[in-house]
Design a protein around this ligand. Structure first.
Ligand SMILES: [Zn+2]
Length: 215
């Protein structure tokens, strides 16, 4: 680093209060570096901040959340439904309330690596998830899709997962655009319970008959 004034580096930080601007109500007087993000305080997500849900590497096994989740009880893993080769789980980082992921049990990254049975069941679970979400929360539309590879935006690229995102008119309000934040009206565990109860074949599903009727 070459600079004409080596001492200037100490004062480069934006949070250093300028003379005459100090006051207890100014963020610059408190710890931290502003980064442009607003904070919606969500203490119920305390369980997730330890990093235990981030993959430790690209390998299968306990380091991969999508490999680990099926070994947990449904409530703990936020599993909505289980099939023969694939399962449905709540997204921990939902775009909207009811955002679920359809994952093969097998640790495969690429869509072309799925077996025929897995392709069929991932598709069928996606259809059922749409029917259940329609019955439970009446979305106006959906975004469906898979991000293939880190460069395409996959958060956990090593284990394929299909997003099912319910959409409502007006759900893209000012918060994501201006505030770079999302507001979710329901806790994940509550959403999971409602979807699981409405899933076809659920023993306690009060609305599963409605879902079945829509075929
Ligand atoms: Zn995996």
């Amino acid at each position: 680093m070459s600079t004409t004034d080596p001492g200037a580096g100490a004062a480069h930080d934006d949070v250093v209060a300028s003379p005459g601007t100090s006051g207890t109500d100014r963020p610059g007087d408190l710890a931290g570096v502003p980064d442009g993000f607003e904070r919606l305080w969500t203490p119920h997500r305390m369980a997730y901040i330890g990093g235990q849900d981030k993959p430790t590497d690209a390998d299968a096994g306990p380091g991969c959340p999508f490999c680990r989740i099926p070994s947990l009880p449904d409530e703990d893993g936020l599993v909505v439904a289980r099939g023969e080769t694939a399962y449905v789980v709540m997204n921990l980082y939902p775009y909207n309330s009811g955002h679920v992921l359809v994952c093969p049990y097998r640790h495969v990254a690429d869509y072309t690596d799925l077996t025929g049975d897995e392709v069929v069941e991932v598709a069928a679970l996606t259809q059922t998830a749409m029917r259940v979400l329609r019955a439970v929360s009446g979305p106006h539309g959906f975004n469906l899709g898979m991000n293939q590879g880190d460069v395409a935006g996959a958060g956990i690229a090593a284990h394929l997962h299909q997003h099912v995102v319910p959409r409502w008119g007006g759900d893209s309000n000012f918060l994501p655009i201006v505030g770079r934040s999302r507001a979710l009206p329901e806790l994940l565990g509550d959403t999971r319970a409602r979807l699981a109860a409405a899933w076809p074949g659920a023993e306690t599903g009060g609305t599963s008959a409605d879902v079945d009727a829509k075929g």
